[in-house]
Write a protein that binds this ligand. Structure first.
Ligand SMILES: NC(=O)c1ccc[n+]([C@@H]2O[C@H](COP(=O)([O-])OP(=O)(O)OC[C@H]3O[C@@H](n4cnc5c(N)ncnc54)[C@H](OP(=O)(O)O)[C@@H]3O)[C@@H](O)[C@H]2O)c1
Length: 322
């Protein structure tokens, strides 16, 4: 084993998480499945927030095969329906008075252009805006976990992004046309994917800038190129191509894919890099992070997301962390 490998974060490095309440979106499949299982193995209560109860129940059953005592639950979440996200968080707050870790992991990749009923492009809403809405609605519970915790670093939000966001170049959000309506050609679905993932990277920095004083920090990351079920329900030609590619080319396992999320969520080393973008397995990229120091870029994204959510009746308190 090389020296660099020895320094990489391993699942065995995770601390005990008894007493933690956590949510993993899309925790029934791929990277999210392993993220959920490892958090639960360390004693955390984990809610899998995902759209299909059948698929989540099957995943929980499989996870509990090795250990029936794991504390894992289903939480219905459809990121493509903004109003339902409010219902999800209301339902969650009736079950739990706090939330220690939120891992925004669910995602779709390179699907054909389509708008949600809320009027946003599918990938923009699923990968970014829906998660941002979910995070904003959960802030009171994250805040109460931070207030009742002895550690300043316990409460964390993790946005699972992708290097596809980085390949677009710095500060590439299209503020005039966030749905990328005018982008055409065969690569357009991939561009929309990278675009939505770049927004999730900037959002983690914006959230940290605003809520760090309350004890809430956020991180973003690339999980690696991971064999997974991405696009398993997409019946289009593009979906078939993406699905085949995700099963042939990646060499890393979903457990490897979970490592950087788990590092950001639980390591005592990460809070000194709060708001930053991480690469496998727990490295802070310097090049990628330079543009997150551009306050104007971060503020522009925050303003866009806030305005899109306010248009749908969300209440965002810009000053909560000040
Ligand atoms: N695999 C890679 O190489 C790779 C590389 C870079 C980034 N990523 C990112 O890693 C994350 C996890 O991906 P994965 O590879 O593990 O894929 P996956 O196995 O397909 O998992 C995606 C999860 O997201 C859920 N989901 C999709 N749409 C949703 C919606 N509208 N509402 C709620 N949940 C929804 C899926 O639920 P269903 O089971 O109901 O579909 C599934 O649980 C994604 O954000 C992806 O973009 C992956």
């Amino acid at each position: 084993m090389t020296r660099q490998k020895e320094e990489e974060f391993q699942v065995a490095d995770m601390p005990n998480l008894s007493g933690y309440v956590t949510i993993v979106t899309g925790g029934n499949s791929g990277i999210g499945y392993e993220t959920t299982l490892q958090l639960a193995n360390r004693g955390a209560r984990v809610y899998i927030a995902s759209r299909s109860k059948t698929r989540v129940d099957a995943a929980i059953k499989a996870m509990k095969t090795g250990n029936s005592g794991l504390d894992i639950h289903f939480l219905k979440l459809d990121l493509q329906d903004l109003q339902s996200i409010k219902t999800t968080t209301e339902e969650f707050s009736q079950k739990e008075p706090r939330l220690d870790i939120l891992i925004n992991n669910a995602g779709i990749m390179a699907c054909p252009y389509e708008l949600t009923k809320d009027g946003y492009e599918l990938q923009w809403q699923t990968n970014f805006l829906g998660h941002h809405a979910f995070t904003m609605c959960l802030l009171p519970l994250l805040r109460s976990a931070a207030q009742s915790s002895h550690s300043r670093d316990r409460v964390r939000i993790v946005n699972v992004s992708s290097d596809a966001a980085i390949s677009m170049g710095p500060d590439s959000i299209n503020y005039k046309d966030p749905n990328l309506t005018d982008v055409k050609g065969v690569t357009a679905p991939w561009k929309r994917y990278g675009h939505s993932k770049q927004a999730s990277i900037i959002a983690a920095k914006a959230i940290t800038d605003r809520y760090k004083a309350l004890g809430i920090t956020a991180y973003s990351l690339h999980p690696g190129l991971i064999k997974s079920n991405l696009q398993s329900h997409d019946t289009s030609f593009l979906g078939m191509l993406s699905r085949t590619a995700m099963r042939i080319f990646p060499t890393l396992s979903p457990l490897d894919g979970a490592r950087t999320s788990l590092y950001c969520a639980t390591s005592p080393n990460t809070p000194s890099f709060a708001g930053r973008y991480f690469t496998p397995f727990g490295k802070v990229g310097t090049k990628e992070n330079k543009w997150l120091d551009d306050a104007k870029c971060v503020d522009r994204l925050w303003t866009l997301a806030t305005s899109q959510l306010r248009d749908h009746g969300f209440v965002i308190d810009d000053n909560a962390g000040k």
